[in-house]
Design a protein around this ligand. Sequence first.
Ligand code: UDP
Length: 248
Amino acid sequence: MTKPVPKIPIFGIPFSKMSMQETVEHVTERIESNIQTHVITANPIMVMTALEKPQYKEMMFKADLIVPDGAGILWAAKQGGNPIEERVTGIELIHELMAKGEKHHWKVYLLGTSQEVIESAANMLQLQYPQVRVVGYRNGYFTAEHDAEVVAEIAELQPHLLFVARGAETQEPWIVKYRKQLGVPLIMGVGGSFDVISGQLKRAPKWMQKSKLEWLFRLLQEPKRLPRMMVIPKFMIKVMRNRDNVTK
Ligand code: UDP
C-alpha cells in the first residue's frame, strides 16, 4: 500500500500538498504496483468550473490525485493560512515521469493536440528519453464516435503512462469515462504541454514563473485564452472574501 497523501481543500477540492519529488515517488510506487492513478493538474479555472458545474466537481472527485498546477492555487492556500510548498505542473511532471520511466523501462502513449504537434512531441520525448518506449500517439481532434477505437488501440498497446492533451473541459471527463477500459496505470491530462514540448509554444521564462506571471506569458502567446481567463479575477475575489474558509 502507498502512504496516504497529505491534502488541503481549496473550496472543497482536495489538492495534494506533496512536493514535486514526493509526487513523483508516490506515483512511481503506484505504477510499479499496478495501481491505476488518474492525476489532475488543476488551476483556478478548473476550481471555478467545479464550483459552477456540479457535474465537473463530481468528476474531479473521481480522480486519485489533484496536484496544484496553477500559481493561483498556491496563493489561495496561503491566503487560507494553509500553504502548499510548491507547484506541481503537468509539464514538469511529464519530464519527471519520463526520467523515472527510463529506469523502469516504461512504455508511454501520447494523445491530443494536432497531428503535427503530437508527432513532433513524440519525437522530442523519444530522443530525450531513449529508454522509454513511445508506443503510440494520436491527435486529439476526434469525436465520441471514435472513442471506442481510440480506447481499444491504447489498451492493446498496454502503456504504463498515458498523457492526454485535449483541453481541461474535455480531457478529464474523457479520462474518467474510459480509465477502466484503458487499464493504463498512470493517466494524466496535460493541457497545452505538448505544444511546449514540440516547440510550437514557449514556456514562460523562470523569472515570470517565479513572479507568478506565467498566466500573462501564456495569454500574450495565445490571446484566445482571454475569455476563459476572465474567471481568475472572480476566483481571487472569492478567496479574498472567504479567507477564513478557503481551506476548510
Ligand atoms: N485540443 C485537442 N482536442 C480538442 C481541443 C483541444 O487536442 O478537441 C488540444 C489543443 O490543441 C491544445 C490542448 O488540447 O494543444 C490544450 O488546449 P487548451 O489550451 O485549449 O486547453 P486548456 O488546457 O487550457 O483547457
